[in-house]
Design a protein around this ligand. Structure first.
Ligand SMILES: Nc1nc2c(ncn2[C@@H]2O[C@H](COP(=O)(O)OP(=O)(O)O)[C@@H](O)[C@H]2O)c(=O)[nH]1
Ligand SMILES: [Mg+2]
Ligand SMILES: [Zn+2]
Length: 216
């Protein structure tokens, strides 16, 4: 299972990044979940950003867990979620992937990084992917941070297959080769207008179809 470790700040993870990661995992049929780390830090606006993400991704079937390696909130929940699986932890540098693994197995003492004050981003302290066994057929894979996400070479026509809520509606589009951009009688655009598809997800879908790599 691929877990994307997400933080709304220090460093910021954008929805564009989350949606590209999920689409990539979907294309390989890898189950995906989101870990919202550093929940001890976020109050008010940033806590709201976290909760908004959860309200988007949880109904789509992606498990979302709020966690903190400082307050230890959510640690029991992730232990349970990781059980008897091979779990890959991905995400930007500095979101706390290595810290999470250290909490789950304190004997590992993986190197963790300091967030640079200047850039508010993490430094790369993990330089290669490594897998650790926790016993009971449970494995954790630490990965170096992803600074940017190079788009996998998706054909525009395949991208909607990797957005679950598009996949289940797209056979209702008038044109069977609909890219859900400006086509007539498009079930996806209708669902966005009706509030059934999140507009941010739609925006990110379009930016992937257009092969843009600027995230917001
Ligand atoms: N406040 C807070 N800081 C954290 C948390 N988890 C990790 N950090 C800090 O974030 C920085 C980056 O952590 P690290 O595990 O190296 O991130 P990685 O690059 O994703 O492996 C370190 O200074 C950690 O101490 C958390 O839950 N809360
Ligand atoms: Mg690391
Ligand atoms: Zn359509």
């Amino acid at each position: 299972m691929a877990w994307l470790v997400v933080t709304p700040a220090l460093p910021k993870t954008s929805s564009g990044f989350i949606d590209r990661f999920i689409a990539a995992a979907e294309s390989f049929r890898i189950p995906t979940g989101l870990l919202f780390n550093k929940s001890d830090l976020f109050k008010d606006d940033l806590a709201k950003v976290q909760d908004e993400f959860i309200s988007i991704y949880e109904p789509l079937g992606y498990p979302c867990i709020k966690v903190s390696t400082v307050s230890l909130d959510g640690i029991e929940a992730i232990k349970k979620a990781f059980q008897a699986k091979v779990n890959l932890l991905a995400g930007h540098s500095g979101v706390g992937k290595s810290s999470l693994i250290n909490i789950l197995d304190p004997t590992l003492q993986l190197k963790t990084g300091i967030i640079s004050k200047q850039h508010l981003t993490g430094k790369h302290t993990t330089t290669f992917a490594e897998m650790h066994s926790l016993g009971n057929q449970t494995y954790l894979i630490d990965t170096p941070g992803i600074r940017e996400f190079v788009n996998i070479d998706f054909k525009p026509s395949e991208i909607s297959h990797y957005f679950v809520e598009f996949r289940e509606r797209m056979n209702q589009c008038h044109f069977n080769n609909c890219l859900h951009e400006n086509e007539k009688k498009c079930a996806i655009k209708l669902a966005v207008e009706n509030g059934e598809i999140n507009p941010e997800r739609y925006y990110n879908y379009l930016s992937m179809v257009r092969n843009e790599d600027i995230f917001r």
